[in-house]
Ligand binder design. Structure first.
Ligand code: ZN
Length: 378
């Protein structure tokens, strides 16, 4: 699901609590980056990656089998390192701030499902990557890049049909007057939607959200039960109008083009670095399984370096979607009150540190969005 419009719970200390929550989240984000970098450095410098490769090839010499075993060892290593942080950030902090509806065991179950799915999906990608490295040593990165875009688009098309039901239940929206209001909106903008669904986000969190998912024949809109509980019909319509703004301005397509351009350079960088340095770093060559941490490190560093650029791009789109919602559909005061409620429900910091906002925020801060809407009203 694409879009969280911001973010808190109404109490007398709402903004202080939101600032503390967001500050913890940002610190965790940076600690997590350090942890990932350290884990990659450790598996390499300690020689563990060579040990994993030797064991994998020893147990199962077939290239696909060795890749499977190496990636299994690699994933278990990362699981051990990441799990404590994941528990603290995904369960403990959310509980402390009253945002989680999980119990410990339900969190473990969701985490196990998420991790298993991610393992199967990543394993398929890694097998494909090493297959290409073996059969196309010169142009593997171009095929890998094309395959990556294909997979991204395919997931965008069907993830909400295939994967979402593994985590949440959704049902067609029962509220007839809200349904009529939203259908009127879609009809006015000749925007085909294959259904409006209520999704039980409250199973895991108190946060609220709404999003379009899929495109073409699979496009649906999902409204979280938490959103339906906190916001009035006009407010929900204004949130949906913002989402409609994304669609009418072709933000999904522009996002795919942006990611295609970025990933083109990333795949080329991995290719060039493997070719230039793999042997110098003590690996057998670019296709050596033991060099997998190097591939991960290039992806990690590139992704981190490009994060602010991606966020500038995303905030530009968010501003356009807000402008669409304000210009075409909503009364500004309704849109503002929806933003405030979402912000309070999700514990958003309305006025974050500008540097943090520039680096990490995919949406303009709620303070900025509200001021923009108020200016618009004048
Ligand atoms: Zn948006």
């Amino acid at each position: 699901m694409e879009d969280s419009n911001g973010n808190v719970n109404r109490s007398c200390d709402t903004s202080g609590r939101a600032k503390r929550y967001q500050s913890v989240r940002h610190k965790l984000f940076f600690w997590n980056l350090l942890l990932q970098a350290a884990a990659l450095w450790l598996i390499w410098s300690s020689g563990l990656t060579f040990f994993f490769r030797n064991r994998a090839v020893g147990f199962w010499p077939h290239p696909a089998g060795a890749t499977f075993l190496y990636f299994t060892f690699f994933s278990l290593y990362f699981l051990l390192i990441e799990l404590p942080m994941e528990f603290y950030s995904g369960f403990w902090v959310e509980k402390q701030f009253g945002l989680s509806n999980h119990r410990f065991l339900s969190w473990c179950w969701e985490e196990a499902k998420k991790r298993s799915l991610s393992f199967i999906f990543s394993l398929a990608l890694v097998e494909a990557l090493y297959f290409l490295l073996r059969i196309e040593p010169r142009s593997w990165w171009l095929f890998a890049w094309a395959g990556w875009i294909f997979v991204t688009v395919l997931l965008g098309k069907v993830a909400h049909i295939v994967l979402l039901p593994l985590f949440y239940k959704s049902e067609p929206l029962q509220n007839e007057s809200l349904k009529a209001k939203l259908e009127g909106l879609f009809a006015k903008y000749r925007f085909p939607v294959r259904g409006i669904y209520r999704i039980n986000l409250s199973k895991t969190t108190k946060k609220a959200n709404a999003a379009f998912a899929g495109f073409g024949s699979t496009r649906r809109i999902f409204l979280a039960d938490t959103l339906l509980e906190h916001c009035g019909e006009d407010e929900i319509a204004s949130v949906v109008a913002h989402e409609l703004g994304h669609a009418k301005r072709y933000h999904l397509l522009k996002g795919i083009l942006f990611n295609s351009a970025v990933s083109f350079f990333m795949f080329y960088a991995v290719y060039a670095i493997l070719n230039r340095w793999a042997v110098g770093f003590g690996f057998e060559g670019p296709g050596d399984l033991a060099a997998f941490p190097l591939i991960c490190f290039v992806g990690f560093a590139g992704g981190l370096a490009l994060l602010p650029l991606g966020n500038v791009f995303s905030r530009f789109h968010e501003r356009q979607a807000d402008a669409f919602a304000l210009k075409e559909i909503s009364a500004p005061e309704v849109f503002v009150s929806a933003l405030r409620k979402l912000g309070e429900t999700n514990l958003a910091d309305f006025e974050p540190n500008p540097v943090i906002e520039f680096l990490l925020y995919s949406h303009p801060s709620l303070g900025k969005r509200i001021r923009y809407a108020e200016q618009f009203a004048r």
